[in-house]
Design a protein around this ligand. Structure first.
Ligand SMILES: Nc1ncnc2c1ncn2[C@@H]1O[C@H](COP(=O)(O)OP(=O)(O)OP(=O)(O)O)[C@@H](O)[C@H]1O
Ligand SMILES: [Mg+2]
Length: 160
């Protein structure tokens, strides 16, 4: 898990609508080739975050489903979003065999729920979003990345 000494952006304690709206704003700070690791326990809001994210890229949130029975979901929004759930994959290598080309070509945004399980597959820098259950209706959300990227995100989201 992340260490507390790592620089991070605290997005606050958010209800569901706030979480989706933060994700929507965050989407505009992303570029093709970005890899997002969504980290947090079951029901902590990872898929909900992806719903908000795609609306920021011009898609309806209703296209997002949990990639439980498929290897991954691909959403053709303003940017292509590859949505993977590493927890539910049977074969971790397979997904990276499939994705390697896309990642190299920076063809889209890669969003990986439970992505901490597969971190070592990525040579590229990635952004980690951490979700913590606060109470039934609220989640604490924070972002970690290398410090340069974090600063860009902070500016892009008008934080601090
Ligand atoms: N503040 C909140 N943010 C996000 N989801 C919330 C919030 N409050 C309540 N919820 C509810 O919590 C659930 C979050 O589910 P979601 O599928 O997003 O979790 P997940 O982290 O993707 O879980 P899993 O690990 O099983 O994939 C939803 O039922 C949602 O309605
Ligand atoms: Mg999920």
């Amino acid at each position: 898990m992340e260490t507390s000494s790592q620089p991070r952006i605290e997005l606050g304690i958010l209800n569901e609508e706030e979480l989706k709206s933060v994700a929507k704003r965050f989407a505009s700070c992303l570029s093709d080739g970005d890899i997002l690791i969504l980290s947090g326990e079951i029901g902590s809001g990872k898929t909900t975050f992806v719903r908000g994210l795609v609306t920021g890229l011009g898609c309806s949130e209703h296209i997002v489903t949990s990639p439980t029975f498929t290897l991954m979901n691909v959403y053709s929004c303003i940017k292509t979003v590859y949505h993977i759930d590493a927890y539910r994959l049977n074969n971790l290598e397979e997904i990276f065999y499939v994705l390697e080309g896309e990642i190299e070509e920076k063809d889209g945004i890669f969003v990986i729920e439970w992505g901490e399980l597969v971190k070592e597959f990525f040579l590229e820098d990635f952004i980690t979003i951490i979700f913590e259950h606060v109470d039934e209706g609220h989640r604490k959300v924070s972002i970690t990345a290398d410090s340069g990227r974090l600063e860009l995100i902070r500016r892009c989201m008008h934080i601090g």
